[in-house]
Design a protein around this ligand. Structure first.
Ligand code: ADP
Ligand code: MG
Ligand code: ZN
Length: 482
C-alpha cells in the first residue's frame, strides 16, 4: 500500500449526570418537550451564576483514569466565544488553557495487533442548544425554532493524537471507548442519540515520496459504521487527488447519509476565532490526593481486565473473552450463567452465536431480554439426557428467547422429544435402502458420503427428531450389512 491514512479523533461524550453542568436542570433532556428543562443559568440570564456539578467532575476524572491520563490537580474553566442562535450566552463554558486531564492512551486491537492510541487531552465543557428547522426542502418555514433544553448539558471532549492508521481502527477505537464509558456508568454512549459524537481528522501520506496531504475534518457521523465508511470514502477521495498530483482543500466536511458521501461544509479559513479567556464566575477546580485516590477506588473492573480474568478463571480463548466482555451486561449475564451451569465454554458458544444474534436482530441489550441462566440449565439438561439434539436446541432457541418459556415446556408442547427408538430408526433406514438401491451401491463402491443421504432420509421422516448419533450408527451398521 503506497498511501497510508493518518487519523485523529475529537470525541464528545455526553455525561449521564443527574443535573446539567452548572445548574440544577436535568441533564437527560433527550425526550423532553422543547424548552422545558431550562433555567436562568443555562439560558444565560443577566446575573445568573454557574456552579459546577461535583458529579460531572467525578465522571470526568473517572474517564480520565480509565484512559490512563494524567489527571491535573488544578484545572480551570474558560469561555469559548461565538455567536449562534442556539447559544444564548454567546459563549460556551469549556476548558482550554488548563484541561482536567492530558497525555493518556487507549489500547485497541489495531490492524497489526495491539496498539496504543495516545490521548492528547480530555476536558469538560457544556453543550449548546439545538435549532429546529420546520418543514422539508419544499415546505421549509421562513423561520427556525430554538430548543434550549440541551444548553448546559455536560460533555467531556477527548482529543487523540493522530495515531489511528485506518478507518477500521477508528471504528474499533470508538467501540472500545463506548464500552469503557458504559462500564464506568458515566454515559449511555449512545451514538444514535448523540451521547457519543465523533469528528474525525484525516490526512494521507504517500509513503514513496513522503508527501502528506492536507487534513480534512469529517463531522456528523452518528454510528460506528458511518465513522468507518465516511473515513474510507474520504481516504479514497484524498488518494485520487494525490494520484493526480493535486491536493484536497483543508476543510470541514459532513457525512451525508443519503448519498453515502462526504460534502463540504466550510473551509478552514472560515474557522472562528473563539477569543478564549478564563471564566470569571467559576473558581479553579482543585483536586486533592485523597479525592483522586477515592475516585480511583471507585473504578470498576474494565473490559481488558475482565477479559483477562475470563481467560484465566474460565479457561476461555481470548476471542471469547473479548466478545463476552464487550458489554458489561453481557459479561455479567455470562457469569450468572456459569454460577448455574458450570460449563463456561459451552455457555460462551451459545452466548456468542445464538444469544448475540437474537439481541442484534432486536437491537436490544441482554438486560432487556427474557433470557435467564435457568433457560440454559434447562436446555443443557435436555441435551445431556438425550431428549433433544443440539439441532433441535438451536431450533427452539429463538422461541425461548422471544417468549421466555422454558425449553422443556416448548419441547413438550411441540412434541419435539428426540427419538431414541433403535427399532424405529432401523426400519426407516431399511425403507430408504429399499427405495434407493443406487445409494447403497455408491456406498459399497466406496462413496462414504452416501451415509449422509440415509441420515437425511431418517431426519426428514422424523422431522429432525431422530437422535443423530444413533441414526448415524445404525445407518453405518446396516450399510455394512451387519
Ligand atoms: P486543530 O487546532 O485544527 O483543532 P489539533 O492539533 O487540535 O488541530 O488536532 C485536532 C485533531 O486532529 C486531533 O485529534 C489530532 O490527532 C488530529 N490531527 C492532527 N494532525 C493531523 C494530521 N496530519 N492528520 C490527521 N489528523 C490530524
Ligand atoms: Mg482542536
Ligand atoms: Zn438550567
Amino acid at each position: 500500500m503506497r498511501y497510508r491514512p493518518v487519523i485523529g479523533l475529537e470525541i464528545h461524550v455526553q455525561l449521564s449526570t443527574k443535573t446539567k453542568a452548572f445548574c440544577s436542570c436535568p441533564a437527560d433532556v433527550f425526550e423532553l418537550p422543547p424548552n422545558t428543562a431550562i433555567c436562568p443559568v443555562c439560558t444565560g440570564q443577566p446575573g445568573a451564576l454557574p456552579v459546577p456539578s461535583e458529579e460531572m467532575i467525578r465522571f470526568a476524572v473517572k474517564t480520565a483514569l480509565a484512559l490512563n491520563c494524567k489527571v491535573h490537580k488544578y484545572s480551570r474553566f474558560d469561555r469559548k466565544n461565538y455567536f449562534y442562535p442556539d447559544l444564548p450566552k454567546g459563549y460556551q463554558i469549556s476548558q482550554y488553557f488548563y484541561p482536567i486531564a492530558t497525555e493518556g492512551f487507549l489500547e485497541i486491537d489495531g490492524d497489526e495487533g495491539k496498539k496504543k492510541v495516545r490521548i492528547r487531552r480530555l476536558h469538560l465543557e457544556e453543550d449548546a442548544g439545538k435549532l429546529v428547522h420546520e418543514g422539508d426542502s419544499i415546505t421549509r418555514a421562513s423561520y427556525s425554532l430554538v430548543d434550549m433544553n440541551r444548553c448546559g448539558v455536560p460533555l467531556i471532549e477527548i482529543v487523540t493524537e493522530p495515531d489511528i492508521s485506518s478507518p477500521r481502527e477508528a471504528r474499533v477505537f470508538m467501540e472500545k471507548l463506548r464500552s469503557i464509558v458504559r462500564y464506568l456508568g458515566v454515559s449511555t454512549g449512545d451514538m444514535e442519540k448523540g451521547a457519543l459524537r465523533c469528528d474525525a481528522n484525516i490526512s494521507v501520506v504517500d509513503t514513496e515520496t513522503g508527501r502528506q496531504s492536507n487534513r480534512v475534518e469529517v463531522k456528523n457521523m452518528n454510528s460506528f459504521r458511518f465513522v468507518e465508511r465516511a473515513l474510507e470514502y474520504e481516504f479514497e477521495r484524498i488518494v485520487k487527488a494525490m494520484e493526480r498530483g493535486e491536493d484536497v482543500e483543508r476543510e470541514t466536511r459532513g457525512w451525508d447519509m443519503a448519498t453515502k458521501t462526504t460534502v463540504s461544509m466550510r473551509g478552514k479559513e472560515e474557522e472562528s476565532d473563539y477569543r478564549y479567556f478564563p471564566e470569571p464566575d467559576i473558581p479553579p477546580v482543585v483536586l486533592s490526593d485523597e479525592y483522586l485516590e477515592e475516585v480511583k477506588n471507585e473504578l470498576p473492573e474494565l473490559p481488558d481486565e475482565k477479559a483477562e480474568r475470563f481467560m484465566r478463571e474460565y479457561d476461555l480463548p481470548e476471542y471469547d473473552a473479548k466478545v463476552l466482555t464487550s458489554s458489561k451486561e453481557l459479561a455479567e449475564f455470562f457469569e450468572e450463567c456459569v454460577k448455574v451451569v458450570n460449563r463456561p465454554k459451552d455457555l460462551s458458544n451459545w452466548i456468542m452465536t445464538e444469544v448475540l444474534r437474537e439481541l442484534n436482530e432486536r437491537n436490544i441489550e441482554i438486560t432487556e431480554s427474557k433470557l435467564t441462566p435457568q433457560h440454559f440449565a434447562d436446555l443443557f439438561k435436555l441435551m445431556d439426557e438425550g431428549k433433544i439434539s443440539i439441532k433441535i436446541a438451536k431450533e427452539i432457541f429463538p422461541e425461548v428467547f422471544e417468549t421466555g418459556k422454558m425449553p422443556s415446556q416448548i419441547v413438550e408442547e411441540k412434541g419435539l422429544v428426540q427419538i431414541n427408538d433403535e427399532k424405529l430408526i432401523e426400519e426407516l433406514v431399511k425403507k430408504a435402502m429399499e427405495q434407493n438401491p443406487k445409494a447403497v451401491e455408491d456406498y459399497k463402491a466406496g462413496k462414504k458420503k452416501a451415509i449422509g443421504f440415509f441420515v437425511g432420509f431418517v431426519m426428514r421422516e422424523t422431522k429432525g427428531k431422530a437422535n443423530p448419533e444413533l441414526t448415524n450408527r445404525i445407518v453405518q451398521k446396516l450399510l455394512e450389512g451387519k
